[in-house]
Design a protein around this ligand. Structure first.
Ligand code: URA
Length: 433
């Protein structure tokens, strides 16, 4: 086979065979196919797309590009939850202890922030001492003992995705349906979980900007997961506004703790309860309504918060910080962004909110950047709220003062204010089985 012929075939709208796809991924991981040819193929896929069969073959090739984990020595059903990436999305920190406190096993591999979106591993690393790089045996031991552990993706798991993602990130090929499906599901299928619930984001803060595209993404991921023998479900949820009020790392951990204490923002709490209930239902813990009741109770009786503290202690952090979040350090500097005019906030460009938090130091502009855990944004007003000119709409936090002006400019430009109140939009748009 020749890479040239495969690029040409896809460029001209052809359908690649399973053997061709496998050959490309093997060659790329071995370093035999150079980045420029892989980038050209990604761009051809971006414009020409792939059918479900090609996308399945690509996903399985990504999965098989490295080690596939064996969790059979973890007793009981293992569940996973994965978001396609959002702004202020700290649901994993809330949902995983809820379901673990109710008896399902959470053996979770999470990612770091990508582009304007945050990542669970960066958030957990805002807890001093928390180790996200546990050896696999220690990881499994903790899951067996306390029912939950969350670690970063090991170097051996789906290495094709690491290479492909870094290349897509710099060649404007991230938001391609078959490339997102194979990236997410390639990694998920390499870990040995039984049930996977996907939170597929839609709207201005997500990679798929329309509900139609997000639905298609969800149904392909669900279908491919089922083909690999997993129990699958996906929720399509709105990312046309940040989730909760906190965007950043420490601020999001604190907001997740508040949610586990039963005093979290309404939207975040609603989504966390729904995701937990779907996971429990998929794991056969009961009918959906019963699972929803159990998830709410795990918050009310404190068992989910306790489980989060247990996980933090088991992974090297201090569980007392979870029970007393006032211990978390605050950023040295803060700055208040105020509305320039009066009216209702009728909509925001969520991606720009994510970029503003990167500017403050909460994310990376290059792979080498070191995150400032205390950097971020706390929103004082969200879509639907009425503000008067001069009212605070956001509090910015950072260890440096240099980003405030640029972040403020981004936030103000991204916030649309009008005299008429907007129509309330649902947070959960659809469920794909
Ligand atoms: N998250 C991933 O892991 N991969 C993508 O392509 C998009 C979101």
């Amino acid at each position: 086979m020749r890479m040239y012929d495969i690029i040409q075939k896809k460029r001209d709208g052809g359908v690649l065979s399973e053997a061709e796809i496998q050959w490309v991924i093997d060659g790329y991981v071995r370093g035999e196919i150079p980045d420029y040819q892989m980038a050209a193929l990604n761009m051809a896929i971006y414009f020409r797309g792939m059918n479900l069969e090609e996308t399945t073959a690509l996903t399985f090739a990504v999965r098989d590009s490295g080690e596939c984990l064996d969790f059979s020595d973890i007793n009981g059903l293992r569940v996973d939850k994965h978001s396609t990436g959002g702004v202020g999305d700290k649901t994993s920190l809330v949902v995983t202890p809820i379901v673990a406190s109710l008896g399902v096993k959470v053996a979770k591999m999470s990612g770091r922030g990508l582009g304007h979106t945050g990542g669970t591993i960066d958030k957990l690393e805002a807890i001093p001492g928390f180790r996200t790089d546990l050896p696999i045996d220690e990881f499994k031991k903790i899951v067996n003992k306390i029912g939950i552990a969350i670690v970063g993706q090991s170097a051996e798991l789906a290495p094709a995705d690491k290479l492909l993602y870094a290349l897509r990130d710099v060649t404007a090929t991230v938001d391609s349906l078959p490339l997102i499906v194979s990236s997410i599901m390639g990694k998920k299928l390499a870990a040995d979980d039984d049930c996977i619930v996907l939170d597929v984001k839609t709207g201005s803060g997500s990679f798929m900007k329309t509900p139609e595209k997000s639905r298609e993404l969800a149904s392909w991921m669900v279908e491919i997961g089922k083909r690999a023998g997993k129990r699958m479900r996906a929720l399509i949820t709105d990312m046309g506004r940040p989730l909760g009020f906190a965007i950043g790392n420490t601020v999001e951990v604190v907001e997740a703790i508040e949610t586990l204490q039963g005093k979290g923002p309404k939207d975040l709490t609603e989504l966390c309860i729904a995701l937990s209930a779907h996971i429990l239902n998929l794991a056969e813990k009961g009918e959906y309504a019963e699972c929803e009741r159990m998830a709410k109770e795990a918050i009310e009786n404190g068992s989910a918060l306790q489980k989060f503290a247990e996980m933090v202690s088991a992974q090297g952090g201090d569980g007392e910080w979870i029970l007393h979040p006032e211990k978390f350090p605050k950023a040295t500097y803060s700055y208040t962004v105020c509305a320039k005019e009066s009216g209702y906030i009728v909509g925001v460009d969520t991606e720009s909110y994510g970029v503003a938090s990167l500017i403050l130091g909460a994310g990376r502009n290059t792979k080498e950047d070191v995150i400032d855990p205390t950097a971020g944004i706390y929103l004082k007003a969200k879509t639907g709220d009425y503000v008067n000119a001069g009212d605070p709409i956001a509090e910015l936090y950072s260890e440096k003062q240099t980003g405030f002006a640029q972040a403020e400019e981004r936030l103000l430009a991204a916030t649309r204010i009008s005299a008429t109140a907007p129509k309330a939009e649902p947070l959960i748009l659809d469920i794909v089985e």
